[in-house]
Design a protein around this ligand. Structure first.
Ligand SMILES: Cc1cc2nc3c(=O)[nH]c(=O)nc-3n(C[C@H](O)[C@H](O)[C@H](O)COP(=O)(O)OP(=O)(O)OC[C@H]3O[C@@H](n4cnc5c(N)ncnc54)[C@H](O)[C@@H]3O)c2cc1C
Length: 355
């Protein structure tokens, strides 16, 4: 009997086991699969989507889907052409997890519960896969295939032991600390997908900026869209006697307008320069606010794995999920990377060890 070790029982490791079982059933073979995890299996799935688990994103074009990955985009073109959003929806439906699409195109389980997704994934491997609670820091011996699915919460020591190069790891999809202290009193105030915190700014728009700028050195400038100058000009013109601050408050929260505008002047007296200055809120990002951190950039270099996630460095080794130098924006993209890499790897593992 062929023996397969999966190191890491997060979304990518467990989904890989599910897909290996599916491939094996189709070929009428029974590999001996062990998942090693130093923690509770699938515990990292529970906080996803604020407990609702944003499984995927409603985009069926592989190129468009890959555009949501600041790192890994080109590598993912071929990956998503072989396993994309439709496959995810279909496979989860087969597991008993029906999905729905939110207005913003994010896909969630109908139960709105990550715990439910976890339960269905565990049911699929129950009594068919061995689960061993151990930390694996050395290449496990006696296996025909080893799959590394350890994520990036910690340095991927095992991949390094096999000789893999690790691209510098940085937090991504996180809040940012800012230099401008006058905005910190706005804690809790939100606008345009941005929320002020006790140390700076957070929210989906900031997550995206933190991802795009992951390798930039602090401090750096960030620009947040505030008020369209044409719309503001129009509103000022139609309310010439109103206070400037009050007109601005019809576009952004009162508290933010009060910090930005320190004059009692009337709308009629506002200059074009003052209008232009409100197009963007420009702030200085000084550090990550690690509290909100969702994924990490960096990890195992994509130059060292082939299109089936097989290592080019070590024999019979595959590497999948977040441990790779792939990361996407928020919206279900990071889990899609887990499902796609796991499914493609599973097929290739079976083809390779049973050839
Ligand atoms: C709060 C939060 C919310 C998120 N929400 C979403 C969302 O809604 N949608 C989305 O697409 N993405 C979301 N993400 C990102 C997503 O959770 C990750 O991309 C995903 O969990 C990565 O899966 P993985 O299996 O590759 O790694 P992980 O989930 O990190 O799992 C790795 C597993 O390996 C184990 N492990 C590590 N090292 C070893 C070792 N040496 N030996 C044995 N075991 C080991 C760990 O204990 C862990 O169980 C969210 C992330 C966070 C933090």
């Amino acid at each position: 009997m062929k023996k397969i070790a999966i190191v890491g029982g997060g979304p990518s490791g467990v989904f890989c086991a599910i897909k290996i079982l599916e491939e094996a059933k189709f070929l009428n073979i029974k590999p001996d699969i062990t998942i090693f995890d130093c923690n509770n299996i699938l515990s990292t799935l529970l906080p996803t989507g604020n407990g609702r688990c944003n499984l995927a994103y409603y985009e069926f074009d592989n190129i468009e889907l890959a555009k949501n990955f600041p790192r890994g985009e080109k590598f993912l073109y071929s990956v998503f052409s072989r396993y994309g959003t439709a496959d995810t929806i279909n496979d989860f439906s087969n597991l008993g997890v029906e999905t729905y699409i939110q207005d913003d195109l994010r896909i969630f389980p109908k139960e709105n519960s990550a715990a439910f997704v976890k339960q269905k994934m565990l049911e699929a491997i129950f009594n068919k896969v061995k689960l061993t609670r151990t930390k694996i820091l050395e290449p496990p011996k006696g296996f025909d295939a080893v799959i590394i699915a350890t994520g990036l919460k910690k340095q991927p020591v095992l991949a390094q032991k096999y000789g893999h190069k690790i691209i510098q790891i940085k937090p991504s999809l996180c809040g940012l600390k800012i230099r401008e202290k006058e905005f910190l009193k706005l804690k809790g105030v939100s606008f345009n997908n941005v929320i002020f915190t006790d140390v700076g700014v957070s929210g989906p728009y900031i997550f995206k900026l933190s991802s795009i700028n992951a390798y930039k050195n602090f401090p750096y400038e960030i620009k947040i869209p505030l008020i369209n100058p044409e719309l503001l000009t129009e509103k000022l013109k139609s309310n010439p006697k109103k206070q400037f601050k009050n007109v601005v408050s019809s576009f952004i929260p009162n508290a933010l307008a009060s910090v930005l505008i320190n004059t009692d002047k009337q709308a009629a007296n506002v200059s074009n320069k003052e209008i232009k200055e409100l197009e963007f809120l420009t702030l200085t990002a000084t550090a990550y606010d690690n509290k909100g951190e969702i994924v990490h950039t960096g990890g195992v270099s994509l130059n060292e794995i082939n299109k089936n996630f097989k290592s080019k460095i070590a024999d019979n080794l595959w590497i999948i999920g977040e441990v790779l130098d792939i990361d996407g924006f928020t919206g279900g993209f990071n889990l899609q990377n887990c499902w796609s890499s796991a499914a493609i790897c599973a097929k290739n593992v079976i083809e390779t060890i049973y050839k």
